[in-house]
Design a protein around this ligand. Structure first.
Ligand SMILES: C[S@@+](CC[C@H](N)C(=O)[O-])C[C@H]1O[C@@H](n2cnc3c(N)ncnc32)[C@H](O)[C@@H]1O
Length: 295
């Protein structure tokens, strides 16, 4: 496929088939939430399960996991060395058997750089078999560059946001399973910082990742199977300025009063300081250093 056929567009069709038509190493990073294979007939006490228009979400689990591995390996191929992919999923149970995303992520070509907990604070389906599952997972996947298997360090203003991301589910979105705009904004802004590049979402739904990419000044590639959601996503992309304020709110959370380098240069506390037998004082110093509590 040529660049003008895929850049800043939503390509209609099946994620795996479309990915296979894209050239190698054209993407800097991606964010997605695939269909979770949750079946379509199960109910919780509050609402019916997610049902997509124009796509099914019901495969035998082994086939589902194989198809996710194939999609993730194609994403690996189209991503540049040193690139990242943020994969949102959740732990599921089927007749008592646990399905954890790490089961199939470890079978892909990606390095799993981090598991982030997304605390949604609420979830639609609630039954008494387990405690109310209000969290999902976000996997930061990394494509090694040469001998560098762990990638570059995040800037302190991003790294200090912690591995628990607390965002309520998206509101005012007619798609049945969107993530909030803050989620791709946090992922993209943290990894790309001020650099500009190409961001992909192979299951782009209502276009949340693409709106985030556009507002942050990146090029994007979207793939989506449902015509209805493509229409919705294109409307959002064309009116992206309406959502700017949510982006500003998220970006305002990325700050530190003084960087590690500035503290080191001034001979101030850099984290190596230890107070024997006084852990609370130690903790206080660390909190002050990082202006913790700002989010
Ligand atoms: C969890 S939703 C993504 C929602 C998106 N993150 C948003 O914020 O709107 C998953 C999307 O994958 C789409 N989908 C399902 N099967 C697909 C396939 N084989 N190829 C491409 N898209 C597919 C569904 O239509 C749905 O919009």
């Amino acid at each position: 496929m040529k660049q003008n056929e895929y850049l800043n567009k939503i390509i209609p069709g099946d994620a795996l088939s479309i990915l296979k038509t894209l050239p190698d190493e054209i993407v800097d990073m991606g964010v997605t939430s695939p269909p979770y294979n949750k079946g379509e007939n199960k109910k919780g006490w509050l609402v019916k399960n997610v049902k997509y228009v124009g796509a099914t979400d019901k495969l035998p689990e082994d086939l589902y996991q194989e198809s996710q591995i194939a999609v993730l390996n194609e994403l690996f191929r189209v991503t540049k060395d040193g690139g990242s992919f943020f994969y949102n999923h959740k732990i599921r149970w089927e007749k008592g058997e646990i399905f954890h995303p790490i089961d199939w992520l470890k079978k892909t070509k990606w390095t799993v750089r981090q598991e982030i907990i997304w605390d949604r604070m609420i979830a639609a389906n609630i039954r008494g078999w387990r405690f109310w599952q209000v969290e999902e997972r976000i996997y930061w996947l990394y494509k090694p560059k040469g001998k560098n298997l762990i990638g570059e360090e995040l800037k302190a203003k991003h790294a200090l946001l912690t591995s628990i991301w607390r965002f309520s589910p998206a509101r005012k979105n007619s798609h049945p399973a969107p993530f909030p705009l803050s989620l791709p904004i946090r992922a993209i802004y943290s990894v790309m910082d001020e650099k500009k590049g190409v961001i992909i979402d192979p299951y782009c739904g209502s276009g949340t990742t693409l709106v985030a990419a556009k507002i942050l000044g990146h090029n994007f590639i979207g793939i989506e199977i449902s015509k209805e959601y493509i229409k919705h996503a294109n409307e959002r992309i064309n009116n992206f300025t309406v959502e700017q304020k949510y982006v500003n709110e998220e970006i305002a959370k990325h700050f530190v009063t003084k960087t590690f380098k500035e503290r080191k240069e001034n001979g101030e506390f850099t984290g190596k300081y230890r107070v024997k037998n006084n852990k609370s004082e130690d903790k206080q110093k660390i909190l002050e250093l990082f202006s913790y509590g700002k989010v």
